[in-house]
Design a protein around this ligand. Structure first.
Ligand SMILES: O=c1ccn([C@@H]2O[C@H](COP(=O)(O)O)[C@@H](O)[C@H]2O)c(=O)[nH]1
Length: 289
């Protein structure tokens, strides 16, 4: 793995745990997480070809605009994978650049499988020598929360984290996540809370909870779980900073708010201003612990 003077592991021994690094980044820059979703229409709007090279160019402009202005970056793996090996190479470059520029990365891959295969995914994204190593990845618990253990264990061993899908921002999510009594989402939240026990103020096992949801209807125990929260749905999906403030008051200081289309739609000339403006809007919502 390419190392950098900005990677905490290379500066002073083992990398501090993910929850601590996240709280520090949010404390310094606020909760904005710049979403990197270089889809076809976006590339077109930016005047770039729908190729791996186009994706690379867009990402390079966005990372320069994001550096020093936000807590983290969330590349959406799908939009790199669709270009095959060349797209994956761009994703490797993006993750390396983020390490070098001091940006935390949440790689949105939504992986989940039986334990032995899960160990393979964990090696792919959470091992120190993995070409696609990120600070955290998103995981799907559909095969059972326990099946995610190889990823949770490796993340902890390497100072990294995971974000488990608990209550997603899409309207179809409730069909599965609200089923049962207590609902699936509540039970997942409890399991996450058990894994984070004793890790005040913020654990390494995070949750994905959409900012688009009705907070009254959900009432998940965000506070007691100590989970870092990834809260998608702001911007293009309709939620705003007021929804974020209402839904995540119990998790202040450990909420990351990814914004992608709502920010990148401004095009290459407006991206710096758009990052600054979203950073300001979200800072007051859930920025300080
Ligand atoms: O519940 C979820 C989980 C993940 N996502 C992902 O976040 C971004 C949202 O993009 P926007 O353009 O800011 O709407 C995208 O990568 C999704 O796959 C989500 O939206 N909801």
């Amino acid at each position: 793995m390419t190392t950098s003077p900005h990677d905490p592991q290379t500066r002073s021994g083992p990398r501090p745990r993910f929850g601590s690094r996240l709280v520090e980044a949010i404390d310094r820059h606020g909760p904005l997480c710049v979403g990197l979703d270089p889809h076809r229409e976006l590339l077109e709007r930016w005047g770039l070809p729908d190729t791996a090279e186009g994706v690379g160019e867009l990402c390079s402009v966005v990372l320069d605009a994001a550096t020093g202005r936000c807590a983290a970056v969330k590349p959406q793996s799908a939009f790199f994978e669709r270009h095959g090996a060349a797209g994956i190479a761009v994703l490797e470059d993006v993750l390396r650049t983020c390490r070098e520029q001091g940006l935390l990365t949440v790689l949105d891959v939504k992986r989940g499988d039986i334990g032995s295969t899960m160990a393979g995914y964990a090696q792919a994204y959470l091992a120190d020598d993995a070409p696609l190593a990120a600070d955290a990845v998103t995981l799907s618990p559909f095969l059972g929360y326990g099946s995610l253990a190889p990823a949770v264990d490796l993340a902890r061993a390497t100072g990294r984290g995971v974000f488990v899908l608990v209550r997603t921002s899409n309207p179809e999510g409730g069909e599965v996540q609200r089923a049962g009594d207590p609902a699936v989402a509540h039970r997942l939240m409890q399991q996450v809370g058990r894994d984070n026990a004793g890790q005040e103020p913020c654990g390494d096992v995070g949750v994905v909870v959409g900012a688009t949801l009705d907070p009254v209807g959900e009432q998940l125990d965000l506070e007691g779980s100590l989970a870092p929260v990834l809260a998608p749905g702001v911007g293009a999906q309709g939620a705003d900073e007021h929804d974020v403030a209402r839904a995540f008051a119990g998790a202040r200081g450990r909420v990351l708010v990814p914004v992608s289309r709502g920010l990148l739609g401004e095009g290459p000339d407006g991206v710096g201003t758009a990052v600054e403006s979203w950073a300001q809007r979200l800072a007051g919502a859930v920025g300080d612990p």
